[in-house]
Design a protein around this ligand. Structure first.
Ligand SMILES: N[C@@H](CCC(=O)N[C@@H](CSC=O)C(=O)NCC(=O)O)C(=O)O
Length: 276
């Protein structure tokens, strides 16, 4: 693992690293924010942030303004990339397929299956590396935006024992029934809808038994709201299983990081309630 940048921020440190990923079979980059409290004597819990289509580890760290509150709360934040990277990794010219669009699943179909295993990377490999390297505890929360909101929800729903809480901004809630999800699932998973269902947040929430605190914020001026995101599907799923979902709608907010920056403090404080 190699550190490629570091910046002091609110008394803590924002750092970027590259490392070899055995799961993804390529070199990867991630970012970590370590608050001032983090030390071998006082390890801190970690919030994993999953970004959306076209993003890298940088979008959240540079635009969300999360570092001030993370420093106050004593919470580390880890932001992975959104797909495998490198010259030998399959890609597609469209922004919603291939690099930058890993959808946090394990692809089963060629040419994607040789690298696209973001589910295993985020659930297993990256936390193991983070916990072996930095002064952090095994207390974890997970959050994300759009495609990353979908990733955070499905990963928390499938691994409730690994996280204390989950939150999302503008998540894709029902990828089996929206154009972004159907395109990605067909390419990465083939036509078997039983495989698709393993990665559908609404289906997973409707059937959930072990329930985590869950917060979702959705802007009502979001261009993707009706065709791609469909928060009402997650709401219906939560009603079916009695899931403790807090879904908030905000007039006038769009899909951008201006929306995320407006409410990220509330998400960090929500996670802190359950992490500490
Ligand atoms: N057509 C756009 C689409 C890309 C986009 O809007 N990406 C969002 C996430 S959308 C769902 O996952 C994003 O977070 N963009 C990065 C940012 O910093 O705002 C395009 O190609 O630009």
């Amino acid at each position: 693992m190699e550190m490629i940048s570091q910046n002091k921020s609110f008394g803590g440190w924002h750092k970027q690293y590259t490392h070899r990923s055995d799961v993804l079979n390529c070199d990867m980059r991630f970012a970590v924010y370590l608050p001032p409290q983090a030390s071998a004597e006082t390890p801190v819990p970690v919030l994993y942030w999953l970004s959306g289509l076209t993003c890298t580890d940088e979008n959240f760290m540079q635009k969300a303004g999360a570092q001030r509150i993370a420093a106050e709360l004593g919470m580390a934040i880890v932001a992975p990339d959104t797909s495998p990277r490198g010259d030998d990794v399959a890609d597609d010219p469209a922004y919603d397929m291939g690099k930058g669009a890993g959808f946090y699943l394990n692809a089963t179909q060629p040419p994607w299956s040789s690298h696209y295993r973001m589910y295993d990377y985020v659930v297993e490999e990256l936390p193991a590396l983070i916990e072996a390297t930095f002064p952090v505890t095994q207390q974890r929360a997970i959050a994300g935006h759009s495609m990353g909101g979908h990733g955070a929800l499905l990963i928390a729903l499938r691994n409730p024992q690994r996280y204390s809480s989950v939150s999302a901004f503008s998540p894709i809630t029902n990828p089996m029934n929206c154009p972004w999800g159907q395109k990605a699932f067909t390419a990465y998973l083939g036509n078997d809808r039983l495989q698709w269902a393993q990665y559908d947040a609404s289906g997973l929430m409707a059937a959930a038994e072990h329930k985590l605190p869950a917060l979702v914020d959705q802007g009502m001026a979001d261009n993707f709201l009706q065709e791609q995101l469909k928060p009402e599907m997650l709401e219906q799923a939560a009603q079916l299983s009695g899931y403790p979902l807090q879904l908030r709608r905000h007039d006038g907010y769009d899909h951008s990081y201006y929306f995320i920056a407006s409410f990220i403090e509330e998400h960090l404080r929500f996670h802190a309630e359950h992490l500490f």
